[in-house]
Design a protein around this ligand. Sequence first.
Ligand code: PLP
Length: 395
Amino acid sequence: MDYMKQADQVLMKTYNRFPVVFEKGEGVYLYDIEGKKYLDFAAGIAVFALGYGNETYKQALKDQIDKILHTSNLYYNVPAINAATKIVNTTGMGRVFFTNSGTEAIEGALKVARKYAYKKEKREDYEFIAMYHSFHGRSQGALSVTGNEKYQEGFVPEGCRAVFANFNDLEDVISKVNDKTCGIICEVVQGEGGIYPGDKEFLEGLRRLCDEKDIVLIFDEVQCGMGRCGAMYAHELYGVKPDVMALAKALGCGVPVGAFVTSSKVSDVLVPGDHGTTYGGNPFATAAVSVVYDLYDELNIVDHVNEIGAYLYDELEKLADKYACIKEHRGIGLMQGLEFHGPVSSIVKKALEKGLVIISAGANTLRFIPPLVIEKEHVDEMTAILSSVIEEVMA
Ligand SMILES: *Cc1c(COP(=O)(O)O)cnc(C)c1O
């Protein structure tokens, strides 16, 4: 309790935090400073894909700490080269730029699209088309394409906002393309907006549209990528390739790192002087990325997600059938949501009290984004707690 009081004095009040101080994690469980155990179905917001305390992961980081943490991008470093090679090999895309966060990966992606258009016409009044209910981050650039008034208000002036279209409505997007459009950005599966998977025809349509107009297609896979949806990258499930993809969250499994990855069409658009970062791609962060890719291979994470994701899907269907307060069940792999007829904040709070960490996506949707290493027994443990919470809270 003392910690929480202290936090209220010294940390900026940009979050309404839950009254828990987490101290450590083991596998798919978290422990607070009083030693209470929690089953984790949030993974630090889709970050801890490998769960907590993987020995290989920890050893790789310790080894890197013993060598060097940071060099700057004025020089080469081996972990960044290795990590980028793994990303290029698994995506079939062209080049990688490492950032420190998802937001920065989006910033970079937007710059690639602008520069690609600028090189052709030397204009500066380019626009993006983005989707309602999207989330791309909190910097001014990322906010400008985030389709949520609540986040934009007071920070992004009307004229600096993207043109917004309805997700999964191709006609709406087509009707909004004009000669200023330099790029289209969307999540393959919308996360914060409420767990809405893209439709195949929609994403294919965006691809065709971007090819026809010679504009840049950006997929934000910060949340839905890295195996979460049952493919290494969610767009593989649709057979649609972006020109730029943004990654972060599970990319470093806890070490802050993001990346934007370019297809060969736009890989050489940014040239020396166009973009940079002091920390981005430092040897510590990229050593994490590198070992994450190795462990995904070794543990067959993608296959595991398909197996457990299907099980979670069935179990959540049962809940949706059983409780009238549940409106809809959506999602793929280990990125699923249950939309309720009203706000889920009381469920989230009560679940935490009962030792289940789960978060919402938007006001009315419970979001299931556990560590990708969970097993069926953890799904059962979760549904048991959740059922009792629903019965208590919704009674
Ligand atoms: C979390 C998230 C971001 C922002 O990433 P940060 O690391 O918080 O900057 C961007 N896009 C999506 C889809 C996200 O889920």
